[in-house]
Structure formats: C-alpha cells, structure tokens
Design a protein around this ligand. Structure first.
Ligand code: KIV
Length: 283
C-alpha cells in the first residue's frame, strides 16, 4: 500500500521512527523501497552526488523532475518529496506554486520541500500549502543559503541561535508545512523542536530525538567520498566494492580473461557452425 502523510503522522503518534533517505535514480529507489524505507527525498544534493557540481546552486527544475520521475518508477509505494532547487521558488509565490505543482503533476511526488525561514519563504510555504500541495520546511544548515551562513556549518550552536531555530520551526509550521527537516543542529535543539512540534520533525545531523532520520544515501553506503559530514554513519562500502569490480574487469579485458567464449558468449549449433564454415570457404 502506498504511504501517505496519514501513515507518517500515525508513526509519530505511535512513536515509531521514520526512515528517510535521498535517492536520485530508479535503481537506488527500487532497493530502498525493497528495504522498507518510509520516505525518499529527491534532494538537490543530486547536484553534488550525481552531477558532479561543487554546490547545489546549478541544479535546475528539469534536473529535479527527471530524477523524481525515475525515483517514483523505482519506488511506487514510498512517500517521495521533491526538493525545490535554487531559484525555483525564490522569485514569487506564483513561481513557487507553479514549480511545486510540477513535482506533483509531472513526477508523481507526494510533497515538496524548500529551505529557510525568511519572510518571503514563509509566504512561499503558505502559498504552496494553500494550493493544496504538501510542503516540508527545511531549517538549520541550509545549502542554498551557504553564502549567508558562511558555508556548510552546523547551526543553532549558541543559545540565541538555538532559540531562533525554535521560533523558525513554529513559523514554518504555522505557515502550513506538513513536516520539517532539521539539518546540522545540536541534538538538544533537535529535541526541543521535536517536543514542541505539531508536525513530524525529520533530522539529518540533528540528534536522536527527531521523529525520523534522513541521510544522503551516497554518504551512508560509502560512495560519495569528496566530503563526509560528522553525523554520517557508513552502513556499506559500495565505493570500495565498485572500485574492486571495475579494476578486476579492466585487468580481465587487458589479459584476455574476459570474455571466455565458452561461458560469456552466444553459441551456434554444431550444424549451423558447419554450414557457416562451408559458406565461408566458398566465398
Ligand atoms: O538535497 C538534499 O539532499 C538535502 C539534504 C541534505 C537535507 O536537502
């Protein structure tokens, strides 16, 4: 059965932890659904993880829609959130609603997510929610605000900034967000926000008290090694395994060990082979 926001709210009420991972392609999403992951974020982190950029800024709506469609094909029953990329919602409420609608209409996402809590972002959350689209807030460490925040740094590490985050979470919830993702904040701040919230609070690097946990899949399976945040736990070493496989393949091709025509090639019956040889002789 396809997961809905009601299932996620029920999990919070029953104190069941929500599992949440990013995915950007069909195959990864398929394995995640098979593993029982509750939610998938098609994050604009795809800019760094799959497109090789050094930030999320260059990612376009078309990049996100193509990836979200593939993820939906791989995970038809999982709750999928489309992450609104840089400049897809900053210009106006109309632009935000139109692009949020594309995630739902063209890609089959269940909800969208947008970063920040400026007065304009609060209006965007309200406009998207008013349009009947489920919207998740994203607070704390905000990759699309890296310039203002001085880079990819944990947030809420002083009493004043921690209090600001509590206020932001309240504002985003009041604006109509159906959930909030908290990124890169101390565990104590994650705990206080979670205890006060009336919507699910998901955390990535926000401690153990949030209603659910998100990780970037390529970090937790050991594929993305350009940079690994402190909060990432490695559950597999797929990068090393890929390297081992690619190196073994190169070695086999170069040495003539692959393909072995007795096992890795198509065969022809003895009778057809004989006819083929006769034809070649008479050519
Ligand atoms: O794009 C993304 O994957 C995200 C997470 C880092 C929270 O927004």
């Amino acid at each position: 059965m396809k997961k809905s926001i009601l299932d996620l709210n029920r999990m919070v009420a029953d104190r069941e932890k929500i599992t949440y991972l990013t995915a950007y392609d069909y195959l990864t999403a398929k394995y995640q659904e098979r593993a029982g992951v509750d939610m998938i974020l098609v994050g604009d982190s795809m800019g760094m993880v799959t497109l090789g950029y050094d930030s999320t800024y260059p990612v376009t709506m078309d990049d996100m829609i193509r990836a979200s469609r593939a993820v939906r094909r791989g995970a038809p029953n999982t709750f999928i959130i489309g992450d609104m990329p840089y400049m897809s919602y900053q210009v106006s409420d109309e632009q935000a609603v139109e692009n949020a609608g594309r995630f739902i209409k063209e890609a089959g996402c269940d909800a969208v997510q947008l970063e920040g809590c400026t007065p304009a972002i609060i209006r965007r959350v309200q406009a998207i929610a008013d349009a009947g689209i489920l919207v998740s807030g994203h607070l704390g460490l905000l990759p699309q605000f890296a310039a203002q925040l001085g880079g990819f740094k944990a947030q809420g590490r002083s009493a004043v900034t921690a209090m600001n985050l509590l206020d932001q979470a309240r504002c985003i919830e009041e604006a109509g967000a159906c959930m909030i993702l908290l990124e890169g904040v101390p565990a104590i701040v994650g705990k206080e926000i979670t205890e006060r919230a009336g919507v699910p609070i998901l955390g990535i690097g926000a401690g153990s008290h949030t209603h659910g946990q998100l990780l970037i899949y390529a970090d937790m399976v050991g594929m993305y090694d350009n940079f690994t945040p402190k909060f990432v736990r490695k559950y597999a070493d797929i990068g090393a395994e890929l390297l081992r496989g690619f190196e073994a393949y190169c070695e086999d091709v170069r040495s003539g060990g692959f393909p072995d025509d007795t096992v890795d090639s198509y065969v022809i019956s003895d009778e057809e082979a004989q006819k083929f040889e006769d034809m070649l002789r008479h050519r």
